[in-house]
Each structure stands twice: as structure tokens, then as C-alpha cells.
Ligand binder design. Structure first.
Ligand SMILES: Cc1cc2nc3c(=O)[nH]c(=O)nc-3n(C[C@H](O)[C@H](O)[C@H](O)COP(=O)(O)OP(=O)(O)OC[C@H]3O[C@@H](n4cnc5c(N)ncnc54)[C@H](O)[C@@H]3O)c2cc1C
Length: 357
């Protein structure tokens, strides 16, 4: 395959590839070029070929946190690197390091660790997507975040063409955020993720729904927590294979305690969660969206889920732009009603598509 004078492209790249089936929202979009990355050493060559042809590059994992509102005009590289290895941490008897290639399915990794008597990931069961994407937004659920178990991340830096390893601290993980969304955005291709787990980790049951689900079990083990998390998630969240979605569409907003107390004068039931910063509170975006009247709303095939207002859904034929328009209307009405700005958690493409309120 070649395109233009002297511009030789890779003959294995697929052209005009449909991205809908590769993403959990399932909206129609196409990649001008598409390929898989199965071997780490192929990456510099792929990136050089894209650069040589002035093609923007998009790294895709499982596509479960993406909304395409247009075709992608460059090369989409889906990470298909595989492999899991476990070794004892030197000098620390109880701790093991689990190294997983970026293309490993996250939930399969959770199951692998559970089956190998390595607890610690069970609260993060059934989060869709790849292991390589997990540090990007510091995935979290049911009282645990990746930050609780991350040891280090290996990535390829597109600027200097080198492979680097950075520690969990250097990843700057915080609520749905990391260095990969800031200083390393568009520069780092994550190759593998190393987790630090202890065989003696005790179940973490701080999340109320989990406590409730396990109320009749005086000594729940990791397998019980895993089963409970899977059951809760299956009962609450729409299955993307049935109803397209990308999980929580918005981040839970952070506000000052003063602002929360002011809002509580009008909305006495408005909940708030403590954060690491003493005078800041995290508000549930789902509550705000529901109380702005959007739960179950629908504009054509773009909708707000009937049971979980934080999840926007594709009822079948919605386009990315229709879901984007709905999201912006939701954000605008939350802004008007509560004077709170909602920020998307989902990666919306192109990057300038989100107008915000
Ligand atoms: C039903 C449902 C429930 C969900 N529940 C949760 C939840 O409980 N908690 C939670 O945190 N998230 C949740 N999510 C969101 C999603 O599962 C996570 O964000 C997940 O980590 C995305 O993985 P992915 O491989 O699909 O990433 P993608 O959607 O493919 O990519 C997401 C971002 O990461 C980048 N990226 C992907 N792989 C790499 C790599 N190897 N190197 C560099 N950049 C990369 C992409 O460029 C993009 O910016 C949910 C989603 C769905 C559909």
C-alpha cells in the first residue's frame, strides 16, 4: 500500500476500519488506518511510519472509556500485548509483584490473581478494558483504586523513543487522574503495569453497598468480595454488549465545604464524600443529574440510564455527536441548577469536541 509520492505506508494497516465494534459506546466512526500492536519492538516502527506520513496516532485499549464524535483521521493502534508474570518482591517475604502486559484484559487479570491466591484486586472486578489503560484514569470502584496496588508502569516515550519505568508515586495518581492525562498525555504508550500484592491483604469493605451485600458473612474472603462486587455491578450497570455505554460519563465534582453547605440550604439531602483535602468534598454527579431531572431522559437513541443517571447510553443508533449533545445539555442544566461544572470522565474525540459549561 502506498499513498502520495514517496509516502509508503505499512501494508498490514487496515484502512477505513469501523471503530464502533471496538468501543463500548458502539457509535459509528472510522479510523483512516488501524493496526494492532502485538510485539513491543514493533512500536517504534509503527510510530515512525505514522510520523513520516503526518498521521496523528491514537492508542486504543478496550475502547470502554471512549466516545468518538467523528472519524479518526490518522492511525489507531490497538494494544494487543499479552503476558502475565509473578515474582516475589526481593527482601519482602509476603509481597509479590505481578507484571501484566498492557493488552491483558483487566478483569481477566483480577481473576488470574484471585485464582493464584493473590487478593487485593477483587473490588476492581468487572471494570471493562485493558490493563494498560488502568493507570491512565487510576481506575477505581467499591472503595479501592489502582493507586492502592500499583507498583510501577513501563511506557514508551514517543519524544525520545525510549522505554521508561516510573514508580506509582511518579504516576501522580489521584481521583480518575494521572500523569498520563497531563505531562505524558499523547507521549506515553503504556507497555506493562506492575502491581504489588500481598497474600495477606484483608478484604476492603468500606463501601456501604459491599458491606450490605456481605452482611450475613462474618468473615468474607477475597472470593466472597469478588462475587459480591460482580453481583452488584451486574445489577446496577448496563452491559455494554446490550446497551452501549462507557460507565460513568462524568467525574464526581469537587467543591469546597462552604459551597456544599450553601447548596444544602436549598437541597438538604445533597450527599457529599470526604476527600484527601480537608475543606473539599466530592459530590455524587449522579445525584445532581437526577435532581436536574435527567434520569431516564432520552433524545433519539442517546439516553441517560434509567437506574444510574451518571451513565449515558446508546439505545441503538445514536451517533457520537448525539451523545455529546445530550451530555452537554445535562452539564448545562446541572450548572444552571446547582452552579456546579461537570467534567467528562470519558475520553471524547476529537479532544476539542467538549465545549463544557
Ligand atoms: C460498563 C462500564 C463500567 C465501568 N466502570 C468503571 C469503574 O467502576 N471504574 C473506573 O475507573 N472505570 C470504569 N469504566 C471505564 C473504563 O472501564 C476504564 O476507564 C478502563 O480503564 C478503560 O480501559 P480501556 O482499555 O477500554 O481504555 P480505552 O477506552 O481504550 O482508552 C481510554 C484512554 O486510555 C488511553 N490508553 C489506553 N491504553 C493505553 C496504553 N496502553 N497506553 C497509553 N494510553 C492508553 C486511550 O488513549 C484513552 O485516552 C467503566 C466502563 C464501562 C463501559
Amino acid at each position: 500500500m502506498s499513498e502520495g509520492p514517496g509516502r509508503v505506508l505499512n501494508s498490514s494497516w487496515l484502512q477505513n476500519e469501523a471503530l464502533g465494534p471496538l468501543t463500548s459506546f458502539g457509535v459509528p466512526a472510522r479510523a483512516r488506518y488501524f493496526t494492532h500492536l502485538e510485539q513491543e519492538d514493533e512500536l517504534p516502527i509503527l510510530l515512525a511510519q505514522a510520523d513520516h506520513n503526518d498521521l496523528p496516532v491514537l492508542i486504543l485499549g478496550g475502547g470502554s472509556n471512549m466516545l468518538f464524535t467523528d472519524d479518526f483521521p490518522g492511525l489507531v493502534i490497538q494494544i494487543a500485548l499479552r503476558g502475565i508474570s509473578v515474582r516475589a518482591e526481593s527482601g519482602a517475604n509476603d509481597w509479590v509483584l505481578v507484571n501484566a502486559a498492557a493488552g491483558e484484559n483487566w478483569h481477566s487479570l483480577v481473576e488470574y490473581c484471585l485464582n493464584n491466591n493473590l487478593p487485593g484486586l477483587e473490588n476492581l472486578a468487572l471494570i471493562p478494558g485493558s490493563t494498560g489503560a488502568a493507570p491512565v484514569q487510576n481506575i477505581g470502584a467499591y472503595g479501592v483504586e489502582l493507586a492502592d496496588v500499583l507498583h510501577s508502569v513501563r511506557y514508551f516515550d514517543r519524544r525520545n523513543q525510549q522505554v521508561h519505568q516510573i514508580s506509582a508515586d511518579e504516576c501522580q495518581l489521584s481521583y480518575r487522574d494521572s500523569i498520563f492525562k497531563h505531562a505524558l498525555k499523547d507521549h506515553a504508550v503504556i507497555l506493562s503495569v506492575c502491581l504489588r500484592l500481598s497474600r495477606h491483604t484483608r478484604p476492603r469493605l468500606s463501601y456501604p453497598a459491599l458491606q450490605q451485600a456481605l452482611a450475613n458473612n462474618p468473615q468474607p474472603g477475597a472470593r466472597d468480595v469478588f462475587d459480591a462486587v460482580c453481583a452488584i455491578r451486574r445489577s446496577k450497570l448496563p452491559d455494554p454488549r446490550v446497551l452501549g455505554n462507557a460507565g460513568s460519563f462524568f467525574r464526581n465534582p469537587l467543591v469546597t465545604v462552604a459551597k456544599w453547605q450553601l447548596l444544602r440550604q436549598t437541597w438538604p439531602d445533597l450527599p457529599a464524600y470526604e476527600t484527601d483535602v480537608p475543606d473539599m468534598r466530592k459530590l455524587p454527579a449522579a445525584w445532581l443529574i437526577e435532581h436536574a431531572g435527567w434520569k431516564g431522559a432520552r433524545a433519539g437513541d442517546a439516553g441517560v440510564h434509567t437506574q444510574q443517571a451518571l451513565v449515558l447510553v446508546n439505545h441503538g443508533q445514536a451517533t457520537g455527536r448525539q451523545i455529546l449533545a445530550l451530555a452537554q445539555n445535562v452539564a448545562r442544566s446541572v450548572k444552571e441548577r446547582f452552579d456546579i461544572t461537570l467534567e467528562p470522565e470519558v475520553n471524547i474525540l476529537p479532544a476539542n469536541a467538549w465545549q463544557g459549561w
